[in-house]
Write a protein that binds this ligand. Structure first.
Ligand code: Z5A
Length: 224
């Protein structure tokens, strides 16, 4: 049986990476095969494109060119990483995917929705996520989390983190609007809570939407 494709979206510092690691651990305990990956990136060539975009080298080309670069990275990521994993029965947890292009380049970059739809169709070739979690929280909270983490690691802001607060507030609204347009695929999670509470909300939604992932897993035989 093919694996399920689950994506995580949201603004900066929403807690996607934190929750993906928690979900991976939980599913692993149930004996599920799980692959964690991210966008932009997730395959060697896509990681090269990631470094180029997040280094700010494509900013002067404008949102459409950036969208095309994200799409190029996504094609390689799907071909080399996501597609083979799903076909092999592994569940894929992906930190950002095509909805990031829809939100950042489409809504915030003012690219026509019809154009984003067509780009998505040719890029994904039917590989839509089975479920997408949007981790929703006030932009100020997410940015302050992201900055605290960067300060701890001695890192600077990347291409998108440099945008002002109104960009990030609009981004939040863009994601909520994208979720409203496709309620069967999206679950909006209140990410402005303790990590344990966010994890519980994600687990409850996953059990409801994709019970084959949470309930039908065979436990591996005890190693002891
Ligand atoms: N982008 C785009 O424009 N178009 C596209 O098509 C794609 C992407 C695919 C990739 O950035 C950038 O590319 C992104 C969009 C753009 N914009 N930016 N910047 P990235 O991959 O480097 O980073 P990110 O995706 O934005 O994630 P992030 O900022 O690293 O955050 P996160 O993964 O959501 O959060 P986290 O690392 O789990 O948590 C952040 C900190 O908060 C950390 O210290 C945690 O310990 C802490 N945390 C987590 N949860 C909590 C809770 N519940 N309470 C308190 N503190 C918490």
């Amino acid at each position: 049986m093919a694996g399920c494709f689950i994506t995580f979206e949201g603004g900066e510092g929403a807690g996607k990476s934190t929750q993906i690691e928690r979900l991976k651990a939980r599913l692993g305990q149930l004996g599920q095969s799980v692959l964690v990956t991210r966008e932009p990136g997730g395959s060697p060539h896509a990681e090269e494109i990631r470094a180029f975009i997040l280094g700010g080298h494509a900013k002067h080309l404008g949102p459409l060119a950036e969208a095309l670069l994200f799409a190029a990275a996504r094609i390689d990521h799907l071909d080399k990483t996501i597609g083979p994993a799903l076909r092999g029965g592994t569940h894929v947890l992906c930190d950002r995917f095509a909805d990031s292009t829809r939100a950042y380049q489409g809504s915030l970059g003012n690219i026509d929705k019809g154009l984003i739809d067509r780009l998505e169709t040719v890029t994904l070739r039917g590989a839509k996520p089975d479920l997408t979690f949007i981790l929703d929280l006030p932009a100020e909270t997410g940015l302050s989390r992201a900055r605290a983490r960067q300060a701890g690691k001695g890192e600077g802001a990347d291409r998108f983190e440099e945008e002002d607060i109104s960009f990030h507030q609009s981004l939040r609204q863009a994601y909520l609007s994208i979720a409203r347009a496709e309620p069967k695929r999206f679950v909006v999670i209140n990410a402005d809570q303790e990590p344990d509470e966010v994890e519980a909300a994600i687990w409850a939604a996953l059990r409801e939407r994709l019970p084959q992932v949470t309930d039908q897993a065979a436990r591996p035989p005890d190693a002891a």
